[in-house]
Ligand binder design. Structure first.
Ligand SMILES: [Zn+2]
Length: 191
């Protein structure tokens, strides 16, 4: 019996059919995969597993009916990185259902709010928890929107000291160090 994944399966990446897993020079394709022109792809919606001891890559299909993000649904994610015109998220829940792995999503600056947004850095920061809707799944990427007032950052943390920020009169205040920060908050921020 081969030792299973060296990754923590709880945090392993969820992949979609047709998603690129690697090339045959680096991995040996196993269950749930197919190869085309030397590239290994996933055949199913599931959890990518890499066994580094024998270089096997496989995808364990997620249970039928398990939640995956779809266009129109509301998802919860944590901001992983912020650039000048977009932010990357790790989607961890669809509606109220926790996912057994992580899908990645992108929030583009034009989909943040109804009004014009100048800088993504005023919208969200790495570590923030965000509620968003899926507007597209083009190129295997979940494009998200936080335009509606119930969407946006629901929990944010002080970039100075890490305390959870409190919403007071449209601005987020750190109860620990007094820092004031900006976000595109959801109307129920902090609740
Ligand atoms: Zn602080």
């Amino acid at each position: 019996m081969s030792s299973q994944s060296s990754e923590n399966p709880k945090n392993s990446q969820l992949v979609l059919p047709g998603e690129r897993l690697g090339v045959i020079e680096e991995f040996i394709p196993d269950d749930g995969t197919y190869v085309k022109d030397g590239v290994i792809y996933s055949k199913v919606v599931g959890r990518k597993t890499v066994d580094f001891s024998n270089r096997h890559v496989s995808v364990q299909a997620v249970a039928h009916g398990a939640p995956i993000p779809k266009i129109g649904v509301t998802v919860m994610g944590q901001i992983s990185n912020v650039q000048s015109d977009n932010a990357g998220l790790r989607i961890f829940a669809v509606g109220n259902q926790q996912l057994s792995g992580v899908f990645t999503g992108v929030l583009h600056i034009s989909d943040v709010a109804m009004r014009y947004v100048e800088a993504m850095f005023d919208v969200c920061k790495a570590g923030d928890i965000v509620r968003a809707t899926v507007i597209s799944d083009k190129n295997k990427t979940y494009h998200l929107s936080t335009r509606d007032k119930e969407l946006g950052v629901v929990y944010a943390f002080c970039t100075n000291c890490g305390y959870m920020l409190e919403l007071r009169r449209q601005a987020l205040h750190c109860p620990n160090c007094g820092r004031v920060e900006k976000r595109k908050t959801a109307e129920d921020y902090g609740k």
